[in-house]
Design a protein around this ligand. Structure first.
Ligand code: C5P
Length: 238
């Protein structure tokens, strides 16, 4: 679980994973959401490098369903945080899910479905949902008018969520290759792990995601997350 981002788009304050939702840090919600799945035996958290002790303390003080949780120092990019987390996973683990700490409310059905698809033979699996908005590709021009290049057919587009599931070998291999390429002045970091598998010619499949697996990025997302959490607590003792 990469959890080392600063969360600058959320406004000033603590690192994003430590912001609270219903009185509990986002990170704790996200770890619990994964731990709820019977497919998950161990959760490795990549914490902000200067916040490892704080994260260990937080996780100790919240009940986590008896699952094994380890904390490592994350890196300067999401990709580096994932690579560092992966290095802390025991050698006999064959299936790895990568989940953003910023998606605290992912339903357990999504976690189970991703793990099941990898177990069934896929090397890389991403949960995704159709888009509500039409999407345009533009020539970026911050703040100014941006010329539109084209409009992809919305029916073929999906918004991708996490957890993304991988054969461990596949994920480790593409992260190693990416590191070598970057050192050689190659390509920029990707924004999701499946993107690395695609970059190196692997096959990625999509399974249905869930609207409540949204990423808490901007202040409005926190308002929405509070509402979803309040509804769950009122209706099913979440
Ligand atoms: O920035 P973004 O919202 O794409 O971040 C997605 C996830 O990656 C978050 O859970 C964030 O904490 C994590 N991340 C990280 N290390 C970084 C940057 C982001 O673990 N250096």
């Amino acid at each position: 679980m990469p959890a080392a981002g600063r969360g600058e788009r959320l406004g000033p304050g603590a690192p994003k994973a430590l912001r609270e939702l219903g009185g509990v840090p986002l990170l704790v919600h996200a770890v619990r959401a994964l731990a709820r799945s019977r497919a998950v035996g161990l959760v490795v958290v990549a914490a902000p490098a200067d916040g490892v002790a704080e994260v260990v303390g937080l996780l100790d003080s919240h009940g986590l369903d008896g699952k094994d949780v380890r904390v490592v120092a994350g890196g300067a990019t999401r990709q580096e945080s994932v690579r560092l987390g992966l290095a802390a996973i025991p050698a006999d683990v064959e299936i790895v899910l990568v989940h953003d700490a910023a998606r605290p409310l992912v339903p357990v059905e999504v976690v189970d479905a991703v793990a099941a698809a990898v177990r069934a033979g896929a090397e890389a699996v991403v949960p995704a949902v159709p888009l509500a908005d039409t999407v345009k590709r533009v020539e970026p021009n911050r703040g100014g008018p941006e010329p539109v290049l084209d409009t992809p057919d919305r029916a073929t587009l999906r918004a991708v969520q996490t957890p993304q599931g991988f054969r461990r070998e596949t994920l480790a291999e593409v992260h190693e290759k990416a590191l070598t390429e970057e050192a050689a002045g190659g390509l920029p970091p990707v924004t999701d792990d499946a993107g690395l598998v695609e970059r190196f010619g692997g096959r990625v499949v999509v399974v249905p995601g869930h609207e409540e697996a949204f990423k808490v990025t901007r202040p409005l997302d926190l308002v929405l997350a509070e509402a979803v959490l309040a509804r769950r607590r009122a209706s099913d003792g979440y």
